[in-house]
Design a protein around this ligand. Structure first.
Ligand code: FAD
Length: 440
């Protein structure tokens, strides 16, 4: 089928990867036989863990099966914010006032950690522009005032924007109100990742690309043998940061993670007047649907528009078509704007929709399961896991149990398309309500 002119000559590559500083290749090179700490996965989590571990004086080896930053870390929306899929009130309901609040505050600490990195040693175009969560149906706006109050109680200034005032925030009439959170930012995730590679290098971590960890075998003395595609390493500690790309090397983590595709398009640079109309305050945007859209302007004034387009296997160009149509539905001003980049990546969802960090029965330490919000929390968790294996107290988050996905599967979550249809049906009901809200 012929493509529309908007989707002709799309580069099927992450815009961030295309515009980030080059990371020198590290293929070849001799793997050591032993290390104090082996880190598996070379994204924000693993790089941050490796950097901190080396800073603490441990001989540290990081193994990345592809290339450094190859995973979600250079493919995301670059929206950096405290918080989880669950809001403060949910966390308090689930864990009690003290623990729930502490867990939320840890996500603020994580955000501040990235902010500090970006105001010091890493230039990643970090701008604290705030974000707005947009009500996709009238009923979705109902709980927003309570959410703003709950956020205020944990030092997260937030306010509700009524439907009639939304044009001050965003150039569309598609939504029914919004919740603005000020302590939230946009950044260039490729630059953040490249910056973490440099810091891990400077700290003395050994970073290896094209090396896959195949198995971790605990030894009687507590050490672990990490079998890799290039030989074995005997390690005192192992930290896993494989998130949406978690595979058979950690079977028990794989049984707790559902890896879901998320997709993004980025347009050519917008006319500055159109950009200012679409996003007058340069906020990060996302809506309240289950199959949510998330969008923002890039630092050079392009529209980045993302979403979980389907739970069924799908091609990048097919999802690009879906996202381009959705973008124009939300912002009719963008009709005819050419899409320059399209790509996808894998997000790790968990059964309780919480990120999890901890230590398994096999003694392996992990931080995985960001549920689509990991730019702030994952580098911090990587750092804290390295400190934990170095003898420090772990964060409160490690005290949450990590549930199994209650369906038998190894690797490919066969039930996801069915679950997807259920969530889509809920979204369709919300959209029908939205239609009534617009006409009635
Ligand atoms: C399209 C998309 C949009 C997103 N948007 C946002 C956003 O706007 N804001 C936000 O907060 N979060 C967002 N996220 C989530 C965010 O990108 C992730 O939480 C974060 O990048 C996770 O970092 P990580 O290092 O844990 O995992 P990754 O960056 O995915 O890295 C994991 C690495 O592990 C490697 N690996 C796996 N198995 C092995 C093995 N056996 N041996 C060696 N290496 C292995 C993989 O090759 C991969 O490079 C988005 C994610 C996607 C996919």
């Amino acid at each position: 089928m012929a493509r529309s002119k908007e989707l002709a000559s799309v580069e099927q590559r992450s815009y961030w990867q295309a515009t980030m500083p080059e990371i020198p290749h590290r293929r070849g090179g001799d793997l050591p036989d032993t290390a104090d700490v082996v880190v598996i996965g070379g994204g924000l989590t693993g790089l941050s863990a490796a950097r901190r571990s080396a800073e603490l004086g441990a001989s540290t080896v990081l193994l990345e099966a592809e290339s450094l930053g190859w995973g979600a870390s250079t493919r995301n929306g670059g929206m950096c914010h405290p918080g989880f899929k669950h809001g403060v009130s949910d966390l308090v309901k689930m864990h009690g006032e003290a623990k729930g609040t502490r867990i939320y505050r840890e996500s603020i600490e994580a955000y501040e950690h990235v902010r500090e990195l970006c105001s010091g040693s890493i230039d990643a175009d970090f701008v604290q522009s705030g974000h707005i969560s947009l009500a996709a149906a009238p009923s979705h706006a109902e709980g927003m005032a309570a959410s703003a109050m709950a956020l205020g109680r944990v030092d997260m200034p937030a306010h509700v924007v009524a439907r009639e005032d939304l044009r001050e925030e965003i150039g569309t009439d598609a939504y029914f109100g919004g919740l603005v959170v000020e302590r939230s930012a946009g950044l260039h995730p490729g630059k953040l990742t490249a910056g973490l590679v440099r810091l891990a290098d400077e700290a003395g971590a050994g970073l290896f690309e094209g090396v896959r960890a195949n198995q971790v075998r605990p030894q009687a003395d507590g050490r672990k043998v990490v079998e890799t595609s290039r030989g074995a390493i005997l390690a005192r500690e192992v930290i896993v940061g494989t998130n949406g790309y978690t595979g058979g090397v950690t079977p028990s983590l794989r049984r707790r993670i559902m890896s879901i595709g998320s997709f993004i398009i980025v347009t050519d640079p917008l006319d500055p007047a159109v950009a200012a109309e679409v996003s007058p305050r340069g906020r990060m945007f996302f809506d309240t649907k289950n199959f949510l859209y998330y969008w923002r302007l890039t630092p050079d004034g392009r529209m980045l528009f993302g979403g979980r387009a389907s739970m069924w296997p799908s091609s990048i160009m097919h999802t690009a078509e879906i996202l381009q149509r959705a973008m124009v539905q939300v912002h009719p001003q963008l009709a005819g704007v050419h899409v320059a980049y399209a790509w996808g990546g894998r997000v790790a969802f968990t059964y309780d929709r919480m990120v999890h960090a901890g230590r398994g029965r096999d003694g392996v330490t992990y931080a995985v399961g960001c549920c689509g919000s990991g730019v702030a929390i994952m580098p911090w968790l990587g750092m804290r896991m390295a400190e934990w294996v170095g003898g420090a107290t772990p964060p409160t988050m490690t005290a949450i149990s990590f549930p199994l996905v209650p369906a038998p599967y190894e690797g490919r979550a066969w039930f996801l398309p069915l679950a997807g249809e259920y969530w889509k049906a809920k979204d369709r009901r919300a959209m029908a309500e939205a239609e009534r809200g617009r006409t009635g």
